[in-house]
Ligand binder design. Structure first.
Ligand code: F6R
Length: 614
């Protein structure tokens, strides 16, 4: 979490940093700051609050002249959101400024050592130790020929934890330094200057040529050049990558919110993730790199992820087990890594992540690799840590997702799971060519069906208006419908702040039903034909206790009208693909309820898009 940027070039740095921070605000937004070298000294402006507070404070950057600088947008970990805790942080003589994304785990020990040496701390952050540590080694290395790189590598060896750091030194005014371990960092090579950032969208306006910095690497940027070093301070070569994203993907493009825009991008996302993998009527997942023998030998699949990505994993379990008859375990990454999971030869570990940087998911991937298990990343961000470290990568082609709450990346992940399950089932001889052909036809119909659901938003909007004041909402469903409910519930609660819970419909009466009272909204997912009657029984149970029921079901299930107060029909599709359709009204419902409550839907409180801390 947190976003860092840096610039060195011919232009004024502050407006470029503010622009870059705006693209990174999804990573954290409780405070922001910049450090700019004005030709004589480094000036820092920082403030608690959204980036717009910093923009106002600096008159859009115009009160901070200079062509070299670093900036930060914060998601607080150590120390509450406050002006003092906002980044950048200075050393005592204000000659070194630092911005940081990550957590310095041994900061207490380092702080004690530095305090004993007389250093005084002005903030409660872990980051400030880096500024003082740099100061300490910079002074100590005075005689060394390559003093700065010596200093930085020394600091690198002393700090434990995760970091992407941007640093400027007053007496090295023609350079910006950056380094990373376990937090993302890229360097952009522009025509009129060079940049550092936590993520690609922050530099896209200025360049498409990007270097992905690996763990324990250092970048040194001047106006014209970029050089790289390893953790021993030795010079290394790196090759840049050309980013071919549509720059508009990181802009709102006329929509009021990124969240709404991204929901409306789902048909395209589904097409882009699906179409390249369908060739001559067959599913071809080239990047999987697994032979038919290897697929047939898979003993068990472990799907590991967090949040919404985990919810796609829950859906995938039903599909992979149903179609390919391969046992699937789904784990929250934060649990998987500490439960000493039993992984066996011929198991496959699938890590799902939009950002490719989620700390727990990355740690789970490393745990699996350490045990010698083949890993597959289903990842959206190209070149992210999970994409680079997994044995195999299947990209979801959703493009940049800016809204903190995921929608289009979630939809793309579902498609990746469908493709894998059908492919594995086919290779194992569990389904016929005919069946595959039918399923491909159904998959290809999904984008248009999603478009239709998005176009018919009025009914949802009206319903949402009625429930802006809801206190508790329950989502119920069985099988895949339960998985859909998990995501619908998360979407609603994370952006509207209304308490909601998803329950396996049959489980409700084992406790939770006591929470149902007159007028409680229960959203029922009823898309699995073989479970219609079972779920309807559960609907009847809650309705007879006063619940108002909103059902999302298939077009053929008109019987439900007798048992529900509101019904939204989704088009007919294969039973395994219903999540892709049923989630759309739930996303719209969450969006309109939240707008009605005046919530900041793109940046819900306390959240950040990329969770790079445990
Ligand atoms: C919810 C949401 C989160 C993410 C989770 C994992 O709307 O976006 O729950 O799904 O933080 O993030 P990634 O997919 O980047 O690993």
């Amino acid at each position: 979490m947190c976003g860092i940027v840096g610039y060195i070039g011919e232009e004024q740095a502050a407006p470029i940093l503010l622009d870059g921070l705006a693209k990174l605000e999804y990573r954290g937004y409780d405070s922001a700051g910049m450090a700019i070298y004005d030709g004589e000294k480094i000036n820092i402006q920082k403030s608690m609050g959204r980036l717009k507070v910093l923009s106002e404070l600096t008159h859009d950057g115009s009160t901070m002249p200079g062509c070299i600088g670093i900036g930060h947008t914060r998601w607080a970990t150590h120390g509450e959101p406050s002006d003092a805790n906002a980044h950048p942080h200075f050393n005592e003589s204000k000659t070194i400024a630092v911005v940081h994304n990550g957590i310095i785990e041994n900061y207490v020990k380092l702080k004690k050592k530095l305090t004993d040496k007389g250093y005084q701390f002005l903030s409660e952050t872990d980051t400030e130790v880096v500024a003082h540590l740099l100061d300490y080694y910079y002074k100590k290395n005075e005689e060394k020929p390559d003093r700065i790189i010596e200093t930085i590598t020394k600091v690198m060896h002393r700090v434990e934890g995760s970091y992407a750091l941007g640093i400027i030194f007053q007496d090295q005014p023609d350079r910006v330094y950056a380094l990373r371990k376990d937090s993302p960092l890229i360097v952009g090579k522009g025509a009129h200057g060079n940049l550092i950032a936590s993520d690609v969208p922050a530099v896209l306006k200025y360049t498409r040529d990007v270097y992905f910095i690996d763990n324990e690497e250092i970048a040194c940027l001047t106006k014209e050049e970029i050089s790289f070093f390893n953790s021993d301070g030795e010079s290394i070569e790196k090759t840049s990558k050309r980013i071919d994203w549509d720059i508009n993907a990181a802009e709102k493009g006329g929509y009021e919110h990124f969240l709404l825009k991204e929901m409306y991008e789902q048909p395209k996302t589904v097409r882009d993730t699906l179409n390249p993998r369908i060739k001559d009527g067959q599913i071809v997942i080239e990047e999987l790199g697994m032979t038919d023998e290897e697929i047939c030998a898979i003993n068990r699949i472990h799907i590991v992820a967090c949040g919404s990505a985990y919810h796609t994993g829950v859906t995938a379990k039903y599909i992979m087990e149903g179609l390919a008859r391969i046992p699937v375990e789904v784990d929250l990454a934060s649990e998987f890594r500490y439960r000493n999971p039993i992984l066996q030869k011929n198991d496959l570990v699938i890590i799902i992540s939009q950002s490719g940087e989620t700390a727990d998911s990355l740690a789970a991937l490393r745990e699996a690799k350490e045990q010698g298990i083949t890993t597959l990343g289903i990842v959206n961000v190209v070149g992210s840590s999970i994409a680079r470290e997994a044995d195999r990568v299947m990209y979801t082609w959703a493009g940049p997702e800016i809204s903190v709450a995921t929608t289009k990346a979630y939809s793309a992940q579902l498609i990746a799971h469908y493709l894998l399950a059908i492919h594995f089932a086919k290779v194992k001889g569990m389904i016929t060519d005919e069946k595959v052909a039918d399923m491909i036809t159904e998959l290809k119909a999904l984008p248009a069906q999603i478009e239709m659901l998005l176009a018919n938003k009025e009914k949802i909007q009206k319903m949402a208006n009625r429930y802006v004041g809801a206190k508790d909402v329950f989502f119920i469903g069985r099988g895949i419908d339960y998985a859909i409910g998990l995501e619908g519930s998360l979407k609603l609660k994370e952006i509207s702040y209304i308490h909601s819970e998803a329950y396996a419909a049959g489980e409700l009466k084992h406790g939770t039903i006591s929470l149902i009272e007159e007028g409680t909204l229960v959203i029922s997912l009823v898309t699995q034909k073989d479970l219609y009657l079972k779920t309807i029984s559960n609907i009847v149970e809650v309705r007879s206790r006063g619940a108002v029921v909103f059902a999302v079901t298939n077009e053929d299930n008109t019987e439900i009208e007798k048992n529900a107060d509101y019904v939204i029909y989704v088009p007919q599709t294969n039973k395994y693909f219903t999540n892709s359709l049923a989630i759309v009204p739930l996303q719209l419902f969450a969006y309109y309820v939240s707008i009605g409550r005046g919530c900041d839907v793109d940046k819900p409180r306390n959240l950040a898009k990329s969770v790079t801390v445990e």
